[in-house]
Design a protein around this ligand. Structure first.
Ligand SMILES: [Zn+2]
Length: 336
């Protein structure tokens, strides 16, 4: 794969014991150093105009000033230093690069993966939250549409948390489809089945809140039965995966049971859906807080594009997942 990576992303220091640390990127790079076919690209940081296309100008000047003044605790978990704003622009720039390369036809071994931090999917139009300052995937999606390179973008967010920021930013627009598979009840508490979009965006928001304990088979079924048919029908020009790896069974902050091999199975599905939809495919890093499992899982995604066939899950879909799937069918999602 081709990885978007910018040194500025290491300078966003969050302090001793914060789970969202620069060591996340170092662990990924260390693991990828043992792989063939890994290329790094340092794409340009996002221009501020791309950021203000999804974030309020007032918020952007406030957070910039906060960082210029040395940073501090923006909220209980969202910590900034002076270098945070540049890191956030760098991370958003890598996401824009991933969307642009995917649209330009980079696929297979050249599939783009933006390795930026701080992550983005919790950042709402007018606020930073949940370790996120700039909504990287949202900036990327909006910019390729505004630039005229894409008519429609679909985003699958498989981070264990609901990406409330992407959800809200695109809730009432029809040109970006946002789908999220997340742990029900976990931070930030949003993302119910009956939140399906409004106005022009009616039917282009899909929330799959799985109960704790769900794993590979449940995630694969959510993609096979809902995300895939929805995305193919939406006919996007590019699909972005907001790729957090905190649903891993050994991640310290969730109760989900996805395995490293399972992330491979999810990856093959998204590759196949992109092919069926005749869309580009790019990945944007979100969360993932077990350094080893994060590094192994990103490496697994890379290996899939390098020819590895991951083992398919052999367990049954759990009853707790089929109940959510029935609710989704009641909302009209899935195979038409
Ligand atoms: Zn997360």
């Amino acid at each position: 794969m081709n990885f978007g990576y910018h040194e500025d992303c290491l300078d966003h220091q969050t302090g001793y014991r914060h789970p969202e640390s620069p060591d996340r990127l170092r662990a990924i790079r260390r693991s990828l150093s043992r792989q063939h076919g890994v290329e790094y690209v340092a794409a340009d940081p996002a221009p501020e105009s791309a950021v203000t296309a999804v974030h309020d100008a007032g918020y952007v000047s406030a957070i910039k000033e906060f960082c210029d003044d040395g940073g501090g605790d923006w909220d209980d978990d969202t910590v900034a230093v002076e270098a945070t704003w540049d890191a956030a622009l760098a991370a958003a720039g890598q996401a824009m690069w991933a969307a642009e390369r995917a649209l330009a036809g980079d696929d297979g071994r050249d599939t783009p993966f933006a390795l930026g931090r701080p992550p983005g999917h919790h950042a709402v139009a007018d606020d930073a939250m949940g370790f996120c300052f700039v909504n990287n995937a949202a900036v990327a999606a909006r910019s390729v549409i505004d630039e005229g390179d894409a008519d429609r973008v679909a985003i699958l967010d498989w981070d264990v948390h609901h990406g409330n920021g992407i959800h809200d930013i695109f809730y009432d627009v029809g040109d970006v489809y946002y789908a999220s598979i997340h742990e029900d009840g976990l931070y930030p508490g949003s993302g119910d089945v009956d939140e399906t979009g409004e106005g022009e965006g009616e039917g282009t928001t899909l929330n799959v809140p799985l109960l704790p304990g769900c794993g590979d088979a449940d995630y694969c079924a959510a993609i096979d039965d809902f995300v895939g048919p929805e995305f193919v029908a939406f006919d996007p020009d590019v699909i972005l995966v907001s790729a957090g790896f905190d649903a891993h069974r050994h991640d310290p902050i969730s109760r989900m049971r996805v395995s490293t091999e399972g992330y491979g199975a999810l990856t093959t599905r998204m590759r196949d859906i992109a092919e069926e939809a005749d869309a580009g495919l790019g990945f944007v890093l979100e969360g993932g807080y077990g350094l080893d499992t994060l590094a192994e899982s990103v490496t697994m995604v890379h290996e899939v594009f390098d020819g590895r066939e991951p083992v398919e899950p052999d367990e049954e879909v759990k009853d707790r997942a089929t109940k959510v799937f029935a609710d989704l069918r009641d909302q009209g999602f899935g195979e038409k």
